[in-house]
Design a protein around this ligand. Structure first.
Ligand code: DGL
Length: 271
């Protein structure tokens, strides 16, 4: 059975999942993280479910070999299509978390009724948010919109200027997203533009709660760890950040997503 002293494993298609790593360390500062960014295969957003499951299997095996007590799928796209597979694969060796279920729980608990979802093509086409929310409460209206320009925009550093403003405005003005009371940012890159999205609604005098999945997921994981005696009360190990492909630009981009500077370790897992 997983024990408190073991590390928390996380992975994403690239470095966007660092927003989840950040949020977890804010809640649980004494945990050691092992992060894997599959930079050789990003973006996952436009890959097929089978391909994403194949990548997840390989990365999952790596994180299990590192004896992680839990694996957090820090990517909405992989959470949409590969969660059940990874959970089966991990068995009783590690707990597996996706970034979707805690957000669905929040929607139900807070009694939101008209929910917008934005994410990659993979996440939106999987229909996972709609299905999971409707399963719990079929009266909730769920509207979804794929917003594929946002990931490359954010990774290029356009988060709070004229360009990001125009792209965000174009997407949020889409007919699918009118009259909503909540907007789920269903991509681990999007916390970086949360403020801009909130400003968009504030300027229009619209009351829309903007939910960043990273914070909700971190709080959910902390609660689970308290309940299961899995918290580290003293910092023991270091955090390690692996990538399947290395370029200097990846290392530079990490600073957008992670507060401290990160030394990326190149690990060509798929060779
Ligand atoms: N981080 C991924 C997600 O949350 C988006 C990036 C990608 O398409 O690989 O869906």
């Amino acid at each position: 059975m997983p024990e408190a002293k073991q590390a928390i494993g996380l992975f994403d298609s690239g470095i966007g999942g660092l927003t989840v790593a950040n949020a977890i360390l804010k809640q649980l500062p004494n945990e050691s993280l092992i992060y894997f960014g599959d930079t050789a295969h990003l973006p996952y957003g436009d890959k097929s479910p089978d391909t994403i499951r194949y990548f997840t299997k390989t990365i999952g095996a790596f994180l299990l070999s590192k004896e992680c007590k839990m694996i957090v799928i820090a990517c909405n796209t992989a959470s949409s299509v590969a969660y059940e597979m990874l959970e089966n694969m991990a068995g009783d060796k590690a707990y597996v978390f996706n970034v979707i279920d805690p957000v669905v729980e929040e929607i139900i608990n807070k009694k939101y009724k008209k929910v917008g979802v934005i994410g990659t093509l993979g996440t939106i086409n999987s229909n996972v948010y709609q299905a999971k929310i409707k399963e719990k409460d079929s009266s909730i209206d769920v509207r979804q919109l794929a917003t594929p320009l946002l990931v490359p925009m954010i990774e290029s550093g356009f988060v709070d200027g004229q360009i990001s403003h125009l792209v965000i405005e174009e997407y949020l003005n889409a007919p699918e997203l009118q009259d909503i009371d909540t907007l789920i940012l269903a991509c681990t890159h999007y916390p970086l533009i949360k403020k801009e999205i909130e400003t968009f609604y504030a300027e229009k005098n619209k009351k829309v709660s903007v939910l960043a999945t990273n914070e909700i997921v971190a709080i959910h994981i902390k609660k689970f760890m308290i309940e299961h005696g899995l918290i580290n009360y003293e910092k023991k190990g270091k955090n390690a950040f692996y990538v399947s492909d290395y370029t200097e630009s990846f290392e530079k981009t990490t600073q957008l997503f992670y507060k401290e500077s990160v030394d990326l370790i190149h690990l060509p897992l798929f060779k």
